[in-house]
Design a protein around this ligand. Structure first.
Ligand code: ADP
Ligand code: ZN
Ligand code: ZN
Length: 658
């Protein structure tokens, strides 16, 4: 017999091999390939071999019974095709790393005794009832966009819907942007469905991950919560797939195979013929557009449970603050007064600044030199705790110089601030307050994070300073003030989604305030207070923001009104990168039809990263099939030229354009 094998290498085509043992589609094998032994997956069975080739034999069948079921196999094929990702690599990503047939053989778990979910008999709001109706009463595949302001009761809707499907013997898959950032969601699911919930998070060991995967596969765990790769969870008979905080960029995998977990989840629901729910307080432009085009059922949840009021949002113009005080200041008087009031009333405050470290960069005041990383074209950030300059892209660090290496001047200036600095200043300003910081420097482990959040909840911390990590899904009833420092930072990025990101971040962080019985207040410090992202976030007017942003996206021909692909060309040599980018561009130009526009090639905004030069092209098209056609031709062309994905990266529906 002959089989088609997708090898686990960055190659788009499959190869034909001979074998004698029986196998099934989806089985793992080891094959001889270009003088090496490579892992691969059986992706097709055939009676005959293509003529004119020498056909080699498979060396070993790893899993006679495939670990990948038909649904997930189909999903992987779709990913491979849509994202131009090598099929073998996608299939590999669908399995827990290191799983062997021995693990599978040892793990024969008996089906569980019937367990019952804990019921919650609180009455649902009318919004929650309409959401459940939309999810449960439409049979087969359909997608619901659940647009609910923070605190409107979305999580409760997920819980009840999961319970409904459980009653029909069906399972539920829930994707979250990051497990650590959604402790409440996972906790509520584990409490409501004790012994029935598996949580796939990044702190699991390899072995734990394999065990969880096998438990799910055995059918004894009907509810799975995980990050984007959980979209491959071996669940059978799915009734519901939820993507919480669907607008989050972490659903996009930025390495091979590059896929978006959210969109892949909708495809999985389609293959499974089940309901998909995308939930967010600030839906992505893409999902809102799909709702507008009636591809998704739109369910708004506009009010908070028990009619708690939305926080009052106020913008402080930092230019006025500057001229008033005659010097740049970190905190406006308004924010400091408000924080002092909270301390007096024993209420809590959160301060967000989306940059870690102490100072953003070092500048020589005499010659203007900034201190960039030796491997990347970015400024190094000063971290006072470790007393070093740190590159946030490659991790390289060095001691800050006391004199300028160029002009020998000693006037080295620390410019811009990070969370470390804000924390230090707040401690100095409020010596009696307990101030804590949450960012990637202080939160090395999930348990650090849980500890600080626990302390904050218990009221042992008055002020929490943090990066966007604090903006997400938490529910702290005693937080009545949220301050945002340097809210403009994201707007300055060369990214067409800059306004969307800013709006989302501000809306999310504002949602952290006033979750309890006390009304909340939000103070945003900005140098561009007139920008529509600020204005509309202050009034919680998503539809207005969408309309405004949609005009810009249409005019500029950007998603969701165009299909987009990014192509990144990489080389250690700047000239070689530029030349190859030009060649790619010429090739695409020769195969594209009129629906496709090519931007570039040009050096990427982050021109050099980890010693590699980066040049990029953007392809925009009004026709998804035309765009895919051009990309598939490019992929074939590159493979013929033996140019691999370390040189040219194709990114369909790119999120990061840096
Ligand atoms: P979201 O996920 O939209 O932020 P949640 O589902 O977490 O909202 O609900 C916010 C708060 O309101 C939670 O403390 C939750 O327990 C509570 N809650 C949700 N639904 C109801 C309801 N129908 N009646 C009373 N309280 C509710
Ligand atoms: Zn200098
Ligand atoms: Zn670097």
């Amino acid at each position: 017999m002959y089989v088609e094998i997708a090898v686990c290498l960055p190659l788009s085509r499959s190869f034909v091999y001979k074998l004698t043992d029986p196998v099934e589609i989806g089985s793992r094998v080891v094959v001889p390939f270009r003088k090496h032994e490579e892992d691969g997956f059986v992706v097709g069975l055939r009676k005959d071999a293509p003529a004119g080739f020498e056909i080699q034999s498979i060396l070993k069948v790893v899993d006679p019974q495939p670990l990948i079921g038909p649904d997930v196999f189909k999903l992987c094929r779709w990913i491979s095709d849509y994202y131009l990702a090598p099929f073998g690599e996608v299939l590999k990503a669908a399995l827990p790393p290191g799983i062997t047939p021995k693990h599978v053989a040892r793990n024969v778990e008996a089906p569980p005794a019937a367990r019952t979910p804990r019921s919650d008999d609180r009455l649902l709001t009318t919004d929650q009832l309409s959401a459940l109706f939309a999810i449960q009463e439409t049979p087969g595949f359909h997608t619901v966009l659940l647009h609910g302001v923070t605190g409107s009761g979305k999580t409760e809707v997920y819980l009840r819907a999961a319970q409904h499907f459980l009653g029909q013997g069906k399972s539920t898959l829930i994707l979250v942007p990051e497990i650590g950032l959604t402790p409440q969601l996972t906790q509520r699911f584990s409490e409501r469905f004790p012994g029935m919930t598996a949580i796939l998070h990044s702190s699991l060991t390899k072995r734990q991950r394999i065990d969880e995967w096998l438990r799910i596969r055995s059918g004894s765990i009907p509810i799975v919560i995980g990050t984007r790769s959980a979209v491959f969870a071996p669940l059978d008979n799915i009734g519901l797939i939820v993507v919480d905080e669907e607008h989050e960029t972490t659903f996009k995998q930025e390495e091979l195979p590059r896929y978006n977990g959210r969109d892949t989840a909708v495809m999985r629901a389609k293959f499974a013929g089940c309901a998909a729910v995308l939930g967010s307080a600030t839906p992505s432009m893409e999902s809102f557009r799909n709702a507008e085009a009636k591809k998704y059922t739109y369910v708004p949840m506009a009010t908070r449970v028990e009619d708690r009021s939305m926080p009052a949002v106020e913008i402080v113009n930092m230019r006025d603050e500057y001229s008033g005080q005659g010097k740049p200041v970190l905190f406006s008087k308004r924010l400091l007064d408000a924080a002092a009031e909270r301390l007096e009333r024993r209420e809590q405050t959160m301060i967000l600044l989306n940059r870690r470290g102490f100072a953003a960069f070092l500048l020589c005041r005499k010659c203007g030199l900034t201190f960039t990383c030796t491997s990347c074209s970015v400024a190094m950030t000063f971290h006072k705790g470790i007393g070093r300059l740190l590159c946030h892209y490659c991790g390289f660090s060095k001691k800050p110089p006391s004199r300028c290496p160029d002009c020998n001047s000693e006037y080295i200036h620390y410019v811009g601030e990070g969370t470390e600095r804000i924390e230090a200043d707040l401690k100095a300003l409020f010596p009696d307050a307990a101030v804590a910081r949450i960012d990637r420097d202080t939160m090395r482990h999930l348990r650090d994070y849980q500890r600080i959040l626990g302390d904050f909840r218990a009221g042992n911390i008055d002020i929490v300073v943090g990066t966007q990590m604090i903006a997400k899904g938490h529910d702290f009833p005693n937080v009545t003030l949220v301050g945002v420092v340097a809210a403009d930072a994201a707007l300055a990025l060369p990214d067409f989604r800059a306004a969307e990101r800013t709006f989302q971040l501000l809306t999310q962080v504002a949602g952290r305030s006033g979750r309890g019985s006390q009304p909340g207040e939000v103070i945003i410090q900005s140098y561009f207070p007139d920008h529509y992202a600020f204005q509309l976030a202050t009034t919680h007017r998503f539809e207005d923001f969408y309309a405004r942003e949609a005009r810009y996206r249409k005019a500029m021909f950007y998603p969701p009104f165009a299909s987009l692909a990014g192509i990144m060309v990489l080389d250690r040599d700047a000239g070689a990168a530029a030349r190859l980018a030009r060649k790619v561009s010429d090739f695409l130009d020769s195969v594209r039809n009129d629906s496709i526009r090519i931007l570039g090639p040009a050096p990427a905004p982050l021109e050099r990263l980890k010693q590699i030069y980066r040049h990029q092209l953007l392809l925009k098209s009004s026709s998804r099939p035309a765009l895919h056609d051009a990309l598939h031709r490019l992929q074939q062309h590159l493979e013929e030229q033996k140019i691999g994905p370390t040189k040219v990266i194709v990114d369909v529906d790119p999120i990061s354009l840096l």
